[in-house]
Design a protein around this ligand. Structure first.
Ligand code: GLN
Length: 192
């Protein structure tokens, strides 16, 4: 990565502090909470945290960020959606209206069902790291379909749990709730 980069975390609701803290562990990164179009203009890349996708989506509209954010993503700004953030990115949300609707994936909310509401796994994501990393799932969605240039990065029990499409990264799990920084390193490479 060349020069210091400013990475924003959409800061309406959800695991915002955890993402800001993880970014704070990279000396080459300035981490910025984003709630306004002005703050969005200042970032080189953005993380959409986990939380409740319907709530975050409403706040994006109320704060006038939905359309500016969609445009930044379409113009190529690197963006990473974790869990609810992945739902925000998807062009299709099974049985519901999409939100930002920018990524060629169809997601199913709360897909892992009541028994597996929350669980952890250790899996290797070859594009990210050659070794297994801890994955935390909390009422997580899965990706039912990916098309176009969207590529699955991890399939878990027959369902896609991470995908990449050009400048967009989506993970059903929460790296910000573990000590492992490898998915952050992968995202930093996308920022270049
Ligand atoms: N179940 C939440 C939703 O549908 C996502 C959960 C999460 O982000 N941990 O928005």
């Amino acid at each position: 990565m060349t020069g210091k980069k400013t990475i924003g975390v959409l800061s309406f609701q959800g695991s915002v502090e955890e993402h800001l803290a993880a970014l704070g562990r990279f000396p080459e990164v300035t981490a910025l909470p984003v709630k306004t179009p002005e703050a969005l203009n200042r970032v080189d890349a953005l993380i959409l945290p986990g939380g409740e996708s319907t709530t975050i989506s409403k706040l994006l509209s109320i704060f006038g960020l939905m359309e500016p954010l969609r445009q930044r993503i379409l113009q190529g700004m690197p963006v990473w959606g974790t869990c609810a953030g992945m739902i925000l990115l998807a062009k299709e949300v099974v049985g519901e209206q999409p939100h930002l609707g920018v990524m060629d994936i169809a997601v199913r909310r709360n897909a892992y069902g009541s028994q597996l509401d929350s669980f952890t796994a250790n899996e290797t994501i070859p594009a990210v790291l050659g070794d297994p990393i801890p994955l935390v799932f909390i009422r997580a969605p899965w990706v039912e379909r990916a098309w176009g240039t969207a590529e699955p990065l991890l399939t878990l029990n027959g369902h896609i749990a991470a995908a990449r499409q050009d400048n967009m990264l989506a993970t059903a799990f929460h790296p910000e709730l573990t000590d492992d920084l490898s998915v952050y390193r992968y995202f930093l490479q996308m920022i270049g």
